[in-house]
Design a protein. Structure first.
Lengths: 329, 329
């Protein structure tokens, strides 16, 4: 199974998730879970887990890494289901969110159950691993980390000034943390040395930062049809994205400064102000600055990986990292 | 530490929970958790975990069982925080619920974090146990079980006819399951034989059934001040409690039958109808029938325990079982 194409990993994830939940009852609980987990997505987390495992392993660890990665994918989707309730988001990847299609109670409870299922799958996939305890520990740290990251995100929506340090701390928890545990758990499954674990973890942290800033950028530069979310949604919701935090650092004068103050004071802007905001971010080089930050984190990620011996899996990790910079959805 | 009083176990649980979360940040996330976990309660789950461990162990397993039991107590409180959102309950143990005191988003996210913390504590408490994998597996089965039980509870609120079989299946998951994992995890920590694990599990399942039917009964026979919830709340919410399911089996005629049909058709009754409902349940011997069921489950629980050698811990388990029958809150 060494050297499997990332598309093949994705297909195996889809199949595993579909089969695993196919027969589960009651329907009121598992129909929403099946709906969420057949909604597509890049499956970046299981792909990363499998490739991390294969980049260090000399034996076949594909099945175990695939299942562990699928468990992290479910953990990720659990956070999306609950975050969408908190953020009152009606759409996700172009489809109705669970609380919108069903109701809040169903979304809360289905999310909780997804977390239980994720642990269940992870336990089954790694019970015989030498690093079983470390794997469960890493997964649990991931769960707590994303919750703390979401709490900071909500805190920051309510506060006016958010420094770049605080922003970076938030995305390290909210976005990078789950990619980090993919790399770490994959490395454990692959029997990595502590140095290998460390470089894979740093690779994933930097990919995570690049990924989130790209997400922040796409909110205003993307195409709604490809991005799966309305453009400018973060602006409307008053999210303290990289763009907003950087613009506040620049502290523009005149009408630009007023627009930014309005965003902070009113905790977001009406949709009609989005083109003005985009124009302002463009003129003050904030969009280019974001692109530079993405490139820097991506370059750092690649640098960490240079320590690992060359392999097809390592090359695919580098390809994924390179692909995230140019992605449009 | 063998033979410690249950009050002392309770005190140690309070102290552990208080200390564990004392310094955690951000406050927006951990203040609600500290609020929930300092809200008292019987701490039945950690007490049961410690006593199960001590009833089979020849060595000192107190600290490990206390922490594992505290993890289950947190899991239990996580379900309460989320259930209270779903049930739109404003009060719990006489205090404001989290979503009422803060908001839904805070209650969802704090609940999620409690679950992460529960796993974290369980991992720390049992990582060196011979049965570590089984313990994490049992805990995860408990999480999934209570979610499925809550889903059935919500399903049944929307459906008219619920059989006694379905009711029993629901309370086995929603209430008994967590007591079962207390006994099971305590037994694992104590190094129990498979027969001992089995009888402790059956003891807890029967205690759980007795406990839930007593809870259903107290909803209508209790005193609000002691019970911590408004009396007749289950009737108002249209819950399919033991009393309702049993009354439907009896199928009373005339105005009694009409009252019951009104309950089913309108998915609950207004508060003004509670005295009539109580009177009806009294006259048709439903309240006495519930008392008999509680006694039967409690007697079965005691019977299972007779297999274990006598010990102070076993005696305290029997005392708890006996105490649940006569409890008023």
């Amino acid at each position: 199974m060494h050297g499997i194409a990332t598309d093949a990993i994705r297909n195996d994830v889809e199949k595993f998730l579909c089969d695993y939940f196919a027969q589960m009852q009651p329907a009121s609980l598992y129909d929403p879970i099946r709906y969420v987990l057949t909604g597509g997505g890049k499956r970046l987390r299981p792909v990363l887990t499998v490739l991390a495992a294969e980049s260090v392993s000399k034996t076949d660890v594909y099945e175990s890494a695939l299942r562990a990665g699928s468990a992290i994918e479910i953990l990720h989707n659990f956070t999306l289901v609950h975050d969408d309730i908190m953020d009152k988001s009606d759409l996700r990847r172009g489809r109705q969110t669970v609380h919108n299609r069903w109701n809040d109670a169903t979304a809360i409870l289905s999310g909780d159950t997804m977390l239980g299922a994720a642990y269940q799958i992870l336990l089954g996939a790694t019970a015989n691993s030498h690093d079983f305890g470390n794997i469960i520990q890493s997964f649990t740290a991931g769960l707590i980390g994303v919750c703390e990251g979401q709490a900071l995100d909500l805190d920051y929506q309510r506060s006016s000034a958010v420094s770049m340090d605080k922003y970076m701390r938030m995305i390290e928890l909210k976005t990078a943390k789950l990619l980090e545990i993919c790399a770490e758990i994959g490395a454990f499954i692959g029997g990595a040395s502590s140095e290998q674990i460390s470089v894979l973890r740093e690779f994933a942290r930097n990919v995570g930062a690049a990924f989130q800033i790209q997400d922040d950028l796409l909110d205003i530069t993307g195409e709604a049809a490809e991005f799966g979310k309305p453009i400018g949604n973060d602006i409307i919701e008053g999210k303290k994205t990289y763009l907003i935090v950087r613009a506040a650092e620049i502290a523009p004068k005149g009408s630009d400064g007023e627009l930014l103050r309005k965003f902070f004071n009113e905790r977001g802007l009406p949709a009609i102000d989005i083109p003005r905001m985009k124009d302002m971010l463009q003129r003050h080089d904030v969009l280019n600055d974001a692109r530079s930050a993405i490139e820097k984190f991506s370059a750092d990620a690649a640098m960490y990986l240079s320590v690992l011996p060359d392999s097809p899996a390592k090359q695919k990790l580098l390809d994924i990292n390179a692909g995230l910079i140019v992605r449009r959805s």
